[in-house]
Design a protein around this ligand. Structure first.
Ligand SMILES: C[S@@+](CC[C@H](N)C(=O)[O-])C[C@H]1O[C@@H](n2cnc3c(N)ncnc32)[C@H](O)[C@@H]1O
Length: 284
């Protein structure tokens, strides 16, 4: 089969399966399995594709059409311009979470000194901590996750993104047992109310780990626990950033107030939804 035919064939199949951005996914498939770039498709459409990659692509297409995200098929996800390995025990990092990275970076505009120590609660693939460390050369950080398998993946990602010497990833239960304070705390905890989980898309239900999704009866269990621990984890003058669900602004802000935590700002994502609650621990 020629390259341009293969490209059209993949797009047609993805469209038939109601996949959102079929052309982008077709390009990722061709790039991953046949090392074919977008410019090859344009400039060299007559090229015949070898049988080997064709067979792999056919297998990928079956899995994709059955509802498996490409990131799961290839075990990779790009986040904040970096490449992250993902596994069945890690959440597939979401573009919305980049709002948290942007908000944290914005909180320390030059010439303000960036945070020296960062704690990431519920680190998963490590995408939040590793992205921040890639921005701040002088910072170091600790990532905590309940899943030992997620911790292994985060450690690999720290190595592949050249921040292993400034990061450590450990299993734990939120802040329990941590006897250090940090300048910055970041967290994208599980925040889906458990009754809602069964209404999520099959891509999420079947492929993201339940530990990364389930926020208890009202979706707020993790915030409750972390907020109760925050004062013993955050340095005076420190900040914390929490990702929230699009409809959780009022409830998370209320929870923070009940825990005597000062909410400085609520940041919105690209779709205009409230997405990140910024907390400031007070003057030094
Ligand atoms: C929504 S995922 C976020 C993962 C990653 N930070 C990201 O943004 O892609 C939440 C993470 O919290 C972890 N987690 C759930 N309960 C936990 C607990 N009690 N203590 C620590 N981590 C927990 C899950 O294993 C999962 O990796």
């Amino acid at each position: 089969m020629q390259l341009s035919q293969l490209y059209s064939h993949i797009i047609a199949q993805l469209e038939g399966a109601h996949i959102d951005v079929p052309d982008l996914e077709a390009r990722i498939i061709l790039e991953t399995r046949a090392q074919i770039s977008w410019s090859d498709i344009i400039a060299d459409g007559d090229r015949v594709v070898a049988p080997e990659p064709l067979k792999l692509i056919e297998g990928d297409m079956q899995r994709r059409i059955a509802g498996e995200p490409l990131s799961r098929i290839y075990g990779q996800r790009e986040f904040w311009g970096l490449n992250f390995e993902i596994s069945p025990d890690t959440l597939d990092p979401r573009p919305d979470t980049e709002t948290l990275i942007e908000a944290a970076l914005k909180a320390y505009p030059a010439p303000e000194t960036p945070p020296k120590t960062i704690l990431d609660l519920g680190a998963g693939s490590g995408c939040i901590l590793i992205s921040l460390l890639s921005e701040w050369d002088e910072a170091s950080g600790v990532g905590i996750d309940k899943s030992p398998e997620a911790i292994k993946t985060a450690q690999k990602n720290a190595i592949s993104n050249n921040v292993a010497d400034r990061s450590s990833f450990k299993t734990g239960d939120w802040g329990r047992g941590i006897d250090q304070k940090f300048d910055l705390i970041v967290s994208n905890p599980p925040y889906i109310a458990n009754q809602i989980i069964k209404t999520l898309s099959k891509e999420v239900q079947n492929h993201d780990p339940i530990l990364a999704l389930d926020g208890g009866n009202d979706g707020l269990d993790a915030y409750r626990q972390i907020f109760s621990e925050l004062s013993s984890l955050l340095n005076v003058g420190g900040r914390a950033f929490f990702e929230i669900g699009f409809d959780q602004e009022a409830s998370v802000v209320r929870l923070a107030e009940e825990s005597r935590i000062r909410v400085k700002h609520v940041h919105h994502d690209l779709a205009g939804q409230p997405r990140v609650v910024e907390i400031y621990s007070g003057d030094k």
